[in-house]
Design a protein around this ligand. Structure first.
Ligand SMILES: *Cc1c(COP(=O)(O)O)cnc(C)c1O
Length: 394
């Protein structure tokens, strides 16, 4: 069935959203295979965003662990994370469709900034919905979006966070579908967004595969990435899926205390429907969506893209957990052993590798998707300095 990954995915939307989703699907079929579109996107990614990103060996950490850890450096991209891969792709597609405006949701503001950036570069206007609580918590990113010419609309509904911002952005799209493209921020939501976003993030594993083949002359044994909605991880997995490479997605276990809020719908959720897709979802016995929590705002989402739920169900990828404290310890480890200040999201992936080091064969090649840089998280880290003494020492 269209837009399904096994029993996950689909298009659970009000009737009025069917036409713009169909229009988007048709535009994907028209423009994405077009060599002229691909050339234009490649130029933007290379000369504006900074691709290809390096594949960096961590020499000190590797010699201590007994296997090679290499980082796919999405943190070095313009605006500081993998999100620009997706927003440049969608902004270019929107332009081809004759749209003049992007609408987007944002939680911590990373996707909002990446959308505002792509809109400015391609001459589109941008309207960004953001929960009122998040607007308050993420003032610097709100200012960035405004400097880039975007309109930021605070959302006062519900918990006033990401989930409510998505609902409001979808409503805006219904009303303004003629002129507007909804630039969705992760590989989730109604069909065709999981496929569209995966397509733009697959450049991560496309490059990495070439780098392994040409520089290291072998495939990685294991690829590990943090899973929020699932875009950097599905991008990091995509070209390795048909190959003999183990894949691990890492979900945020929150504080790690029993019964605490978390952001781990694959490990701790059940089948449900949210934001137009059927997937695993944090919910009560009665089907109420539970609030999610993670120390890293980018992982703080109660559901997950349908392809991850599927890859888990067939056993092609494994989904592990790392809690807030483990992520912060991994942060200090990477700072002090390799001189790299990472975002807290990919620290969950590194934390999983450190916690499972005894299960990884000596001499293995392990790739971690370093999805973003840490500047945005310094305040949180400085409030958690007590984890520093417990950091893994290489
Ligand atoms: C947004 C974000 C994530 C989580 O989103 P995915 O769609 O799961 O990739 C991870 N890392 C960083 C740095 C982010 O900004």
């Amino acid at each position: 069935m269209k837009g399904y990954f096994g029993e996950f995915g689909g298009q659970y939307v009000p009737e009025v959203l069917v036409p713009p989703l169909l229009e988007l699907e048709e535009a994907m079929a028209t423009y994405l295979p077009d060599p002229a579109f691909q050339a234009e996107l490649k130029d933007l990614l290379a000369n504006y965003a900074g691709r290809p990103t390096p594949l960096t060996l961590c020499p000190r950490l590797s010699s201590d662990l007994g296997f090679n850890v290499r980082l796919k450096r999405e943190d070095l991209l313009f605006t500081g994370s993998h999100k620009i891969n997706n927003t440049l792709g969608q902004a270019l597609l929107a332009k081809k469709m004759g749209k003049t405006e992007l609408v987007a949701e944002t939680g911590a503001g990373q996707h909002g900034v990446a959308t505002a950036t792509a809109a400015a570069r391609l001459g589109l206007t941008a309207t960004i919905f953001m929960g009122a609580v998040d607007v308050e918590r993420q003032k610097v990113n709100v200012e960035r979006m405004r400097l880039l010419g975007a309109k930021v609309e605070p959302v006062a509904d519900g918990t006033q966070t990401l989930k409510d911002a998505i609902n409001e952005a979808l409503r805006y799209w219904i009303t303004n579908q003629k002129t507007t493209h909804y630039c969705f921020g992760t590989a989730a939501g109604p069909h065709p967004f999981p496929t569209l976003v995966k397509g733009f993030q697959a450049v991560i594993s496309q490059e990495a595969l070439t780098q392994y083949q040409t520089i290291i002359d072998r495939l990685p044994d294991l690829v590990v990435a943090a899973v929020g909605g699932g875009s950097n991880s599905i991008g990091a997995f995509a070209h390795f899926l048909p190959l003999n490479v183990a894949l691990v997605g890492v979900e945020a276990a929150g504080t790690g205390e029993p019964g605490c809020y978390n952001s781990a719908p694959i490990n701790l959720g059940r089948l449900g429907i949210l934001h137009g897709q059927r997937s695993l979802l944090l919910q009560t016995d009665k089907g109420q969506v539970l609030p999610s929590h993670s120390i890293s705002a980018g992982l703080d989402y109660p559901s997950v893209g349908p392809e991850h739920a599927y890859l888990n169900s067939i056993g092609r990828a494994r989904y592990g957990l790392a809690n807030d404290g483990e992520a912060v310890r991994a942060f200090f480890t990477l700072c002090q052993t390799e001189g790299i200040i990472p975002a807290l999201e990919p620290c969950h992936a590194l934390a999983w590798v450190l916690a499972h080091k005894n299960e990884i064969d000596p001499g293995s090649e392990v790739m971690i998707c370093l999805s973003g840089r840490g500047d945005k998280d310094l305040e949180i880290v400085l409030a958690n300095l007590h984890f520093q003494d417990e950091a893994h020492k290489a």
